[in-house]
Design a protein around this ligand. Structure first.
Ligand SMILES: Cc1cc2nc3c(=O)[nH]c(=O)nc-3n(C[C@H](O)[C@H](O)[C@H](O)COP(=O)(O)OP(=O)(O)OC[C@H]3O[C@@H](n4cnc5c(N)ncnc54)[C@H](O)[C@@H]3O)c2cc1C
Length: 325
């Protein structure tokens, strides 16, 4: 029998839906090795997050709620996760593999003396013999790894796991008191991007633009109306964010950017380098618009349009608008 602790990802009191994918993995592990899972919520003013996590079958929801945790910082959060893992008696600690998990979880693993499975995409092995699948080399190789330590910390590629479905019931909520402590880092400010659009990693539809869109000005002239018509988030290639200052780095999709797996991904004037594909190839439906018929993006696209994006997009957008009413 194992105890599993899922650390919820939240920002300003809003639950990130990737947490439900982490719960899915926790449920799968519990089904394989026996036992159950608890959820840990860390932050300031997180009662809404706790409520949103009711009904998923957690044995307990542990809450660390205080001013010292209002802004994410790896050092105090590690102290809190370690305290919650000890409270829960967890041998597995699971969270999301985005920016939050990438920063936090290796530190948690070190603090717990645990092995670390990063970017888990699926379980393998039989019964209680747990093996984990994870991508390597920009997703060109899938490794199957075993954790040899009694405790394991796992970051979950949320695009690979469906969100857990609520099963009903109420989990007891317990407040755990943790001192945020000093640590070497101090929160100064958070300069987030203000956007009306859905967030890139959470959006059902993503439209991404590449270097074929000429420059930063024309990038927005093309991508904004397309995203408006589809109600989409906007992404970009690394070539774009590196070259054009009008397009911020946090829009980069790919191996060294964000990993997305929306229902629909529209790649506009993107060649399809493996490093870009690593961040989007698990999208459910991929549409590519590129004027070069030999562009590698067409090898993974479900629908391809060989055309000059500037010439076809106005009509494309009009048709999307007409179809969506
Ligand atoms: C270690 C490492 C990590 C990397 N990480 C990432 C990453 O995370 N994400 C990422 O994206 N890249 C990453 N890269 C860079 C990657 O290798 C490519 O250079 C980059 O993805 C290319 O971007 P692009 O498709 O916009 O540009 P290009 O490769 O220059 O492609 C532009 C495309 O636009 C088409 N085109 C031109 N004009 C038009 C038009 N008018 N209409 C339609 N099509 C047109 C062209 O036919 C071409 O296919 C990484 C590279 C390295 C070495």
């Amino acid at each position: 029998m194992a105890k599993i602790l899922v650390i919820a990802e939240q920002v300003d009191g809003a639950l990130k839906k990737g947490t439900l994918s982490a719960i899915n993995l926790a449920q799968q592990i519990a089904a394989r090795v026996g036992g159950g899972f608890d959820v840990g919520v860390i932050g300031s003013g997180v009662d809404g997050v706790v409520s949103g996590l009711q009904g998923f079958g957690a044995g307990a929801i542990y809450k660390v709620d205080g001013g010292g945790f209002a802004h994410y910082l790896a050092e105090p959060y590690t102290v809190a996760v370690k305290a919650l893992a000890e409270k829960s008696g967890a041998s597995f600690v699971i969270s999301t593999a985005g920016t939050f998990g990438k920063d936090l979880l290796p530190r948690v693993a070190a603090a717990l003396g645990a092995g670390m499975v990063a970017d888990c995409t699926a379980l393998a092995g039989d019964g209680a013999d747990l093996l984990y699948k994870r991508p390597m080399y920009a997703g060109n190789v899938i490794a199957t790894v075993r954790a040899k330590t009694p405790k394991v910390v796992i970051s979950v590629r949320t695009a690979e796991f469906d969100a857990a479905s609520p099963s009903g019931g109420q989990s007891p909520v317990e407040t755990v008191s943790v001192e945020a402590g000093g640590g070497g880092a101090r929160f100064v400010s958070f300069d987030g991007t203000e956007s009306e659009r859905p967030e890139l990693t959470e959006a059902d539809i993503v439209v991404s633009g590449g270097r074929g869109l000429k420059d930063g000005k024309t990038f927005w002239e093309v991508m904004n109306p397309l995203a408006d018509a589809l109600g989409a988030a906007i992404g970009a290639t690394r070539a774009v964010v590196d070259s054009w200052e009008e397009v911020p780095n946090d829009m980069q999709v790919g191996q060294t950017g964000k990993v997305v797996a929306p229902k629909l991904y529209v790649a506009v004037a993107i060649s399809g380098a493996i490093q870009h594909l690593a961040g989007m190839k698990n999208s459910k439906t991929i549409v590519a618009i590129n004027k070069d018929p030999d562009a590698p993006i067409f090898q993974i696209a479900d629908y391809g349009l060989v055309a000059d994006a500037f010439a076809v997009l106005p009509e494309f957008i009009q048709k999307v608008k007409a179809a969506r009413g």
